[in-house]
Design a protein. Structure first.
Lengths: 327, 164
């Protein structure tokens, strides 16, 4: 089956590129955060500016001793990093990096992304429960709380561009932005993008929404008992999810691979936009303080949820009135 | 055998095994994890039947949503009660009888039909068709379902409030 082999090859290439990109995104975040704090960040490993730091980190984590807590639920504990990682990598299956360049441009693209990334929580609570550790369990309870609260606004906001484009397919959503990026649509676009960034912060558990790994009270949250390669897998999953959501944001609001210049520049534009969103999220992370659990829940249920529903309703009315002319 | 057939049998075996594990494992938390696996396998069956929209919804609502809420409930109650809640499937025999009866009924029904009817070709984008059906001929049904859910929510709120 040549088509099967071709798909497998494509998937392997995307996966390899993805893991490399994720490794270097950690370096990007560290350098960026360091600059925000008037530091330099990693420098000597791979002089100058620490180009080899991610590889050194990966090797270090691989060589470390794998400690399993004596009272852990071994099966669940060992399986958790894999269950956590797989959905985080699977979300890239449906992201096209340019017209026709990607693993699968599914007709249900956005829905597939949302559905698969919602599975990540299973790995999270497997890790927290399986560790048999008070801090890990507290962290997972907070995580479940938060993810239940922010999944809905995230989904509603992601549906705004879907409504505007009239399709769940990623390439069709980008195609509908050929005239004007969705973020540039008056009022609706900007509000939706703002809500998307806030919901992204919460969905990825970044500061100011990182109560589940609050290092001053919960040590490191659900992964406190993980070490070595398992910790590496969990971190890979977290960064892959962050990167995937940035790509989704670039697709939904910033016109994906659209940009000036020849067509082969498309993937470059796309990557630049996704990294811009990633840096925006990182910027917020390193600038704000952590907020309390009740504040997070209040923001979600009293502000984000009604606002995103109203936004979706307004978009629907606008589209019904024939507003989305290009689509 | 085509790749699709192989995939079906693999998914079917996983679905059966995880469903059995849900009712047979004594550890309540493990039961929920098996439930999650069973729900994902059900979604894969939808995918094999060319219903990608149902696959997405199945993952989003059941594997992502319902399982999360069940886990939350277990975590809260286990820590509140302070002891491990074990799952004691007391009615395994009765359940087995009911399951066997259902299996015989379904199998009998299937055996009466024509042997492996040809699969009708897909007509366009099924997602669009589902969307149009939900706001077209089934609009009233959809609204009634929404009403039912609101009623259930209000009922849950009422039950939770009586404790104060």
């Amino acid at each position: 089956m040549p088509s099967f082999a071709r798909h497998a090859l494509e998937a392997a290439v995307v996966l390899g590129a993805l893991v490399g990109l994720v490794a270097y995104v950690t370096l990007l975040e560290r350098k960026f955060a360091a600059r925000l704090q008037s530091r330099i960040g990693p420098y000597y490993v791979g002089w100058p500016h620490g180009w080899l730091q991610p590889i050194a980190d990966g090797l270090k984590l691989m060589l470390k001793e794998d400690v399993v807590p004596a009272r852990a639920d071994r099966g669940v504990y060992n399986l958790a990093p894999i269950v956590f990682l797989v959905p985080c990598l699977l979300i890239f299956a449906t992201i096209p990096f340019a017209p026709g360049l990607g693993v699968a441009d599914l007709a249900i693209g956005v829905l597939f992304f949302l559905a698969v990334s919602s599975l990540e929580i299973v790995g999270l609570f497997m890790g927290g429960w399986g560790s048999n550790n008070k801090y890990a369990l507290l962290s997972v309870m907070r995580a479940v709380n938060q993810i239940i609260s922010y999944d809905l606004p995230f989904i509603f906001v992601a549906l705004v561009p879907v409504l505007l484009a009239g399709s769940l397919q990623m390439s069709a959503i980008v195609g509908a932005q050929a005239g004007l990026w969705f973020v540039a649509y008056p009022v609706l676009g900007q509000l939706a993008f703002l809500a998307f960034v806030v919901a992204t912060l919460a969905a990825e558990n970044r500061v100011p929404f990182d109560i589940l790994e609050a290092e001053s009270e919960l040590v490191a949250g659900f992964r406190v008992e993980y070490s070595g390669m398992k910790l590496a897998l969990i971190q890979l999953g977290e960064y892959a999810h962050m990167l995937g959501t940035s790509f989704l944001g670039a697709l939904l609001f910033l016109g994906g691979w659209l940009g000036p210049g020849p067509a082969w520049l498309g993937p470059v534009w796309f990557l630049a936009k996704a990294l811009a969103i990633f840096l925006l999220v990182t910027w917020v992370r390193w600038s704000f303080v952590r907020i309390r659990v009740d504040q997070i829940l209040a923001i979600s249920w009293k502000l984000m949820l009604p606002a995103s529903v109203l936004l979706l309703l307004a978009t629907a009315l606008w589209v019904a009135a024939g507003g989305a002319g290009a689509a | 055998m085509t790749g699709e057939t192989v995939a079906f049998w693999v998914v079917a075996a996983a679905l059966l095994a995880s469903s059995l594990a849900v009712v047979l494992t004594p550890n309540l938390f493990h039961a929920v994890l098996y439930l999650a696996a069973a729900l994902v396998a059900t979604g894969l069956v939808f995918l094999l039947l060319d219903a990608p929209f149902l696959f997405g919804v199945q993952l989003l609502l059941y594997a992502g949503g319902v399982v999360t809420i069940v886990v939350f409930a277990i975590m809260l109650t286990e820590r509140l009660v302070g002891e491990r809640i074990t799952q004691a499937s007391r009615h395994v025999f009765n359940g087995g009888v009911v399951a066997a009866a259902v299996f015989v009924a379904v199998a009998g029904f299937l055996l009466q039909g024509p042997a492996t009817p040809p699969r009708p070709p897909l007509a366009g984008d099924t997602t669009v068709a589902i969307g149009r059906a939900l706001v077209g001929p089934f609009a009233v049904t959809l609204e009634l379902l929404g009403l039912l859910l609101v009623a259930a929510l209000l009922g849950a709120l009422y039950l939770a409030r009586t404790e104060e």
